[in-house]
Design a protein around this ligand. Structure first.
Ligand code: GTQ
Ligand code: FE2
Length: 356
């Protein structure tokens, strides 16, 4: 070892001792030419998830303290953390007959999506919201919420939250509410829908928060009708669907037209049998859940057959596309509002997606 090498070695040791770290040895990791996510593309099969949730239903009570019988997708690339992606939490939540998940509130924004079943009401700031197949239900940050199941049957759904983002930014607060939900009535329609779910019409009331949708429930009948109309219009020779055989909608805030939550975008896609979507790669991460049908996701180098209920993680900048065997209905959510509002997106998302 030369004298300089020896002095360098000491310098690095001194850096470590002084809690300092030089840029030049790690530039490629810290500032790669394009995103290189620690998260990996992965698929969780509903056929594996659901029985485990059922088993948890038998063995694990739900109540104050643990709060929810929710089982998170832990991305295999994220070292065992309960995070689907570096920004997004995705979990299956299970509530048995006559069970109640107590009220609480937190900074983290949340939604529920129902792939199957009904019978649970989520009570959001005192407004009971029925949860049914195909519905998207919102719980914005700091709204009190609890869930109760007055039906005789268990119900499972998926939760999406920005828990990882709030965790990494140290921005979370949490508060317990009543152990029982405040309003145990079971109306088919929530007060938020009665006020806000009229197409093209905003009530002349003050809605202060521009980043959060005032509408707590987006019903399947509307999503389904919107997608069907896009494909029908295309068949009739009119502009409609995104590309041939691929229809898509974004769930939007009826007061602003923006995303439903400050940190989470939600969409629904319908891909006709035999159609392969245009390959794309996006800045930011995304989670898909198959609502209906079968097909194959190409994620980077790998191919993954999917069926109803399966959950698919697409990490940032991963090239991907999906092919439908029979008509494929896909719910999706992403961190796009974070990426876009902070000016971190790249416009040419479709270009440069190379798939084998
Ligand atoms: O239902 O309130 O999956 O607070 C994670 C945290 C669900 C909920 C989750 C939560 C909830
Ligand atoms: Fe919660």
């Amino acid at each position: 070892m030369t004298a300089t090498e020896s002095r360098l070695e000491h310098l690095y040791a001194d850096f470590a001792e002084a809690h300092l770290s030089p840029l030049w040895t790690q530039l490629g990791d810290l500032m790669p030419a394009a995103p290189t996510s620690q998260a990996v593309p992965h698929v969780w099969k509903w056929s594996a998830l659901y029985p485990l949730a059922e088993l948890a239903g038998d063995l694990v009570p739900v109540g104050r303290g643990g709060e929810r019988r929710a089982i998170a997708l832990a991305n295999p690339g994220l070292g065992g953390l309960p995070f689907a992606t570096p920004t997004l939490w995705a979990a299956i939540q299970y509530l048995g007959p006559d069970e109640t998940a107590p009220e609480h509130r937190h900074s983290q924004n949340a939604f529920r999506f129902v792939v199957d079943g009904e019978g649970v009401w989520t009570v959001v700031d005192g407004d009971p919201v029925a949860m049914r197949r195909g519905d998207l239900l919102l719980t914005a940050g700091w709204q009190f919420h609890g869930h109760h199941n007055p039906s005789g049957r268990p119900m499972a759904w998926i939760d999406g939250l920005d828990i990882p983002f709030v965790h990494y930014t140290d921005t979370g607060f949490f508060e317990f509410g009543p152990a029982a939900v405040t309003d145990r009535t079971t109306p088919p329609t929530s007060r938020s829908e009665r006020l806000w779910a009229h197409p093209g019409l905003s009530p002349l009331v003050r809605h202060h928060d521009t980043m959060t949708s005032p509408l707590a429930a987006y019903r399947w009948e509307h999503t389904d009708a919107a997608l069907r109309a896009q494909l029908d219009l295309q068949d009739e020779g009119h502009p409609g669907a995104l590309t041939p055989g691929h229809a898509g909608v974004r769930y939007s805030n009826p007061a602003t037209g923006g995303d439903v939550l400050p940190t989470i975008r939600a969409e629904f896609h319908r891909v006709r049998a035999g159609i392969q979507t245009t390959p794309r790669r996006d800045v930011g991460s995304c989670v898909y859940q198959v609502f209906n049908g079968t097909g194959t996701f190409d994620l980077g180098e790998t191919q993954h057959p999917v069926a109803k209920g399966d959950l698919v993680v697409v990490p940032s900048w991963t090239p991907w596309r999906v092919s439908a065997d029979d008509e494929l209905d896909l719910f999706s959510f992403s961190d796009a509002p974070i990426v876009e509002r902070l000016g971190l997106n790249r416009g040419l998302a479709v270009q440069g997606a190379q798939l084998p």
